[in-house]
Design a binder for this molecule. Sequence first.
Ligand SMILES: Cc1cc2nc3c(=O)[nH]c(=O)nc-3n(C[C@H](O)[C@H](O)[C@H](O)COP(=O)(O)OP(=O)(O)OC[C@H]3O[C@@H](n4cnc5c(N)ncnc54)[C@H](O)[C@@H]3O)c2cc1C
Length: 488
Amino acid sequence: MVHDVAIIGAGIIGTSLARELTRYKLKVVILEKLPDVAMGATKANSAIVHGGYAEGHETLKGRLCFEGRRRFRELEDELKFGFSETGSLLVSLDDDLEPLERLLESGIRNGLDDLSIIGSEEIRKLEPNITQEVKNALLCKGAGICSPYGMAIAMAENAVENGAEIVLSAEVTGIESENEILNLVTDKGDFQASFVINCAGVNSDKVARMAGADGFEILPRSGEYLLFAKGTGKLLDHVVFQLPTAMGKGVLVTPTIHGNLLIGPDASEIDDREDTSTHAERLENVYNQAKKLYPDIDGETFLRSFTGIRARSSTGDFLIGPSNIKGFINAAGIQSPGLTASPAIARMLVGILEKEGLKLEPENSFNPFRKVVEYSPKDLPYREVDRLSKLPAGSRERIVCRCEQVTEGEIADSMERGIAVTTVDGIKRRTRAAMGWCQGAFCRARIAETMERLTGELPDGSYDIERSGVSRVGKHDFLDFLKARKEE
Ligand SMILES: Cc1cc2nc3c(=O)[nH]c(=O)nc-3n(C[C@H](O)[C@H](O)[C@H](O)COP(=O)(O)OP(=O)(O)OC[C@H]3O[C@@H](n4cnc5c(N)ncnc54)[C@H](O)[C@@H]3O)c2cc1C
């Protein structure tokens, strides 16, 4: 079969595009090299729905950010992935208003109407725990936070419900063009399509080269984070940024959509695009910068560290558009604010496809709503959690993960939403099992056993972060490192 559109990569860009395309009578397939969707930059970022003032209007990043942000409320209503308009504050610790005024003007040029500069008194009313040293801030009322992997999973599930096909563990290793049809060679066989969209994130230059559509490079840049225990997000109500630097937006402090505190990222140019290890020195720098803004951040509540890899393009901007190879279209170099811009990028790509000759006939049966995902109450008293966790295996009420109070029924449901879930981390991203205080020490084996009972197959452990061989600084090592530093 020749597909109308084949999408390479199931991050937020590939999945959003697939869903957008299912509004039309089209045969759409996503080919993803890893065993789940959202396993690239989409799962490891700051999860901020940016205001849209930080990038200039002359860039695609600047023009598409606010356009994307404006669609989040509607998308959340349809797909229920987790989004909250917390507002953001870009704070300055000195009296010079000029950098904030410049960003305010940039925002106005990008169409924003919810920006204002406020002084220390107002900032402290909004953020009582922020440092006394804060002087001024740029407030963006409509910025917010979301679950980025939750959003990509929701996009993918809804796209599949509307007829798109997703092939996981299908790395594209070759692209040939013949008679205006592109042939994609993958681990799961060949796929033909009239149009191919390159949404391969940090590998998008390699994929473009396969097609003969090169001309840009990805210069990967990593960012490390510290995530704190559930409940610690109460320290603040807004996303709080510092003034951006040449390397990026700087270390931010934010609550996550699930109530954790998140700080980071730093920025470092790297050679190995797959290297998501973390380092005590870099985390220390993130920690110290964040503590300058919020002195009450408590290292004892540290939960885990992680790294995201930015797919920075050699042009410094998003690269979205047709290439010299007919039918091959790039959506490459999608670094921050790519998550925020993703709804706008998806629409832009549909427009490009139409211009390039794809016929768009509306599909009247398109259903924008994802199957309702219902979760049980998460604040049960300990005795009840203990009782439910001892129920016999096979009972839907049995609690599998005690920290996040996730039941066997929720795990089963998450596996029945159109995308095969074959890893424990896949369950984690869908239900939050193993995301709590014990980080899976109690439930990892119970999740695997539940999955085996439901599918007849033991999940593939090699893609779970704990077993992947990636070295990540843990809580005790980090606290020991900080202590040793103090004693130096
Ligand atoms: C540290 C950091 C912080 C960020 N913070 C924010 C933020 O707060 N707000 C915001 O708006 N944006 C943020 N971003 C940007 C945002 O995360 C990205 O723009 C977005 O996730 C990019 O999505 P993507 O689909 O292009 O790439 P990815 O999510 O990386 O997806 C690409 C996919 O392609 C697959 N793939 C690669 N090669 C092949 C192949 N040969 N065959 C098949 N599949 C392949 C990969 O496995 C992967 O799943 C941040 C990014 C980073 C790294």
